[in-house]
Design a protein around this ligand. Structure first.
Ligand code: NDP
Ligand code: 8X3
Length: 253
């Protein structure tokens, strides 16, 4: 029987790269995101390339009702979720706390923490019923350290770090694996979103060194979900070789 992975935020970056790697390895996919046209393009691209089935679910993880409408009513064909990748997330702004936009704070908290929780609650119960499962949470180096003006984004990723540990304890009796992946800089739409569409500012983040690629992270996730049944990778920090911490870099500018 083919396995199934649910990937939140599969319309771009790390989530999209995960969709490709799991499809290539014969998983059926549930892909989610807010941009429906991108979900549809990815679905048809993947279904043309690989002999698997893709269920595209267009919803905002911040919206508890939408999350439950979609995930409480999964078709029988996609209910047996083996792997959940809690990837949907974003940073908005890079601003000292005293100047922060409270609407940006709300969006980051509602997406990175509350959205992840809404999805996890439903899928964890499906996994418990199926007596198996693996949850992979996308944390960040921002969940291990804080840096200037990163305040609320860092706080949300610290929460993902804490929640990953908490999930591992609560799901232990059900033998559901929980892995947290904490990347440094990965070149995706992340910085474009953070800087409100300012591509010059966004491109600068990735200049003078080789950033991680979304495929680097997808391959790492693929590795963590393929360890033997008795082995779990709890926590993994992965950085570009040119980055030693959130603030130490070796750049050739
Ligand atoms: P991208 O901006 O390229 O992709 C983010 C994905 O999340 C998109 O598919 C987007 O889809 C989705 N998303 C955002 N908000 C929502 C929402 N409210 N509901 C549903 N989907 C949503 O960024 P990355 O691929 O880089 O980011 C993926 C994860 O990795 C994030 O959690 C990020 O914090 C984390 N991360 C990224 C790092 C980096 O340097 N890039 C480093 C460390 C961690 P759509 O817009 O269609 O809804
Ligand atoms: C994304 C990496 O360093 O911009 O989580 O916070 S960083």
């Amino acid at each position: 029987m083919p396995k199934t992975v649910l990937i939140t935020g599969a319309t771009a970056g790390i989530g999209k790269a995960c969709a490709h790697i799991f499809a290539e390895n014969k998983y059926n996919l549930i892909i989610t995101g807010r941009r429906n046209h991108l979900l549809e393009v990815l679905k048809s691209e993947i279904e043309q390339k690989y002999p698997i089935s893709v269920l595209a679910l267009n919803f905002d993880v911040q919206n508890k009702k939408e999350v439950s409408q979609h995930l409480d009513n999964l078709p029988q064909t996609h209910k047996n979720i083996d792997v959940l990748i809690n990837n949907a997330g974003l940073s908005l702004g890079l601003t000292p706390i005293q100047n922060g936009q409270t609407s940006d704070w709300d969006t980051m908290i509602d997406t990175n923490i509350k959205g992840l929780l809404y999805v996890t609650k439903i899928v964890a119960n499906l996994m418990i019923a199926n007596k198996k499962g693996h949850i992979v949470n996308l944390g960040s180096i921002a969940g291990k350290e804080v840096y200037a003006s990163g305040n609320v984004y860092c706080a949300t990723k610290h929460a993902v770090n804490a929640l990953s540990q908490a999930m591992r304890i609560d799901l232990l009796p059900h033998q559901i694996k929980v892995t947290a992946i904490h990347p440094g800089a990965v070149e995706t739409e992340f910085s474009l979103v953070r800087f409100g569409g300012d591509s010059q500012k966004a491109n600068k983040v990735y200049q003078g060194y080789d950033a991680l690629t979304p495929t680097d992270i997808a391959q790492t996730i693929w590795f963590t979900v393929n360890t033997p049944a008795h082995v779990n990778i709890n926590d993994l920090v992965i950085m570009p070789t040119a980055q030693a911490s959130a603030t130490y870099w070796h750049k050739n500018l």
